[in-house]
Design a protein around this ligand. Structure first.
Ligand code: ADP
Length: 262
C-alpha cells in the first residue's frame, strides 16, 4: 500500500484529526518487479555467452592458437556460443514484436497436416541424431484459421523442446483431430516430463525446470513464452499434461474459422 496522510486542523490551528489515504499498489508493484526481473534476466543471459566468447578468444590470442587441437576445440565453443547469442537475440526480438501493440496475424486457411510435414522436415536431422521417431496422426479434416508463419513457429518450438527433453530413441507424436468447431493439435513426447509444481511456470520468460540442463541444450528459456503469446493471439486454448519420467503432451485447440470480433 502507498499511504498519504494529511492533518485536519481546527480554527484554532489545533490538530483535530488525520486523513489517511491508502492506495493499493500491489498490481503496480508486481508489474514493476516483473519488469526489473526481466531486465536482470536478459542482462544475465546476454552476459554469459559474451563472457565465454571473450575468454576463449583471449586464450587463443595468448598462444592457444599454436596448438591445433586446442584451436579447433575453442573455435567450436566460440561458434556454438555465438549461435546461442544469436538465438537469444532473435527470441527476444520476436517476443517484443509479439507483445507489441502493432502485432497482427495474417489470417489464412491452413492445413495442420502439411504444416506438420514442414516442421518434421526442418527438425528431422536433429531427431535423427538422437535416433528418434517423428510420427504424425491425423483424423478428420486438419484445416484451421490462423497465421501460417506463426503456427509453424509454435510447432517448431514444441517439437524442438520435445526432442531436447526426450532421451535417445524416443518418439515424438503430432496428433491432429478434427472436432465440431475446433481442431485439436497435440505434441506428445516420451521424455523426462515436467513436475506438477513446475507446469504452471514453464510459460514464464526464462523459466527453466533444470537451468543447467536446459542451458546446455541450447535453449533460450523464451520458447514457451512465445508459444503462449501466439496461442493467445489465435484464441487457441493451450494446456499441458505431463507424467514425470514418462513424457509430456502440449495441447492446442485451434478454431476452424477465425473467431468473430477478435
Ligand atoms: P528452453 O529454451 O529452456 O527449452 P522453453 O521456454 O522452451 O525454454 O521451455 C521452458 C522449460 O520448460 C524448459 O527449460 C524445460 O525445463 C521445460 N520443458 C519444455 N518443454 C518440455 C518437454 N517437452 N518436456 C520436458 N520439459 C519441457
Amino acid at each position: 500500500f502507498d499511504v498519504h496522510g494529511a492533518p485536519i486542523l481546527g480554527q484554532d490551528d489545533k490538530l483535530k484529526g488525520i486523513v489517511l489515504v491508502f492506495h493499493n499498489i500491489t498490481e503496480l508493484k508486481k508489474l514493476e518487479q516483473a519488469r526489473k526481473d526481466f531486465v536482470a534476466n536478459v542482462s544475465h543471459e546476454l552476459k554469459t555467452p559474451v563472457t565465454s566468447l571473450k575468454g576463449f578468444t583471449e586464450t587463443l590470442l595468448d598462444g592457444a592458437m599454436e596448438d591445433e587441437h586446442l584451436r579447433k576445440q575453442f573455435l567450436t565453443i566460440i561458434a556454438n556460443e555465438s549461435e546461442r547469442l544469436e538465438g537469444l537475440i532473435y527470441d527476444l526480438l520476436e517476443l517484443s514484436k509479439i507483445e507489441g501493440t502493432q502485432f497482427q496475424l495474417n489470417w489464412e486457411e491452413i492445413s495442420l497436416d502439411s504444416l506438420t510435414d514442414e516442421v518434421f522436415l526442418i527438425l528431422n536431422d536433429k531427431a535423427e541424431k538422437k535416433q528418434m521417431k517423428l510420427v504424425k496422426k491425423v483424423t478428420g479434416t486438419p484445416m484451421i484459421a490462423g497465421d501460417p508463419h506463426r503456427i509453424k513457429q509454435i510447432l517448431i518450438n514444441l517439437v524442438n523442446n520435445a526432442i531436447v527433453y526426450t532421451p535417445e530413441q524416443g518418439t515424438i507424436t503430432i496428433r491432429v483431430k478434427e472436432q465440431a468447431e475446433t481442431v485439436l493439435l497435440e505434441v506428445e513426447d516420451t521424455g523426462i516430463g515436467i513436475n506438477k509444481k513446475e507446469i504452471p511456470r514453464v510459460f514464464e520468460r526464462f523459466y527453466r525446470v533444470d537451468r543447467a540442463r536446459s542451458r546446455n541444450s541450447g535453449g533460450t528459456g523464451l520458447g514457451l513464452a512465445i508459444v503462449k503469446h501466439l496461442a493467445e493471439a489465435h484464441h487457441a486454448n493451450l494446456s499441458v499434461e505431463s507424467d514425470e519420467g514418462k513424457g509430456t503432451v502440449f495441447r492446442l485447440m485451434f478454431y476452424k474459422r477465425r473467431p468473430e470480433n477478435k
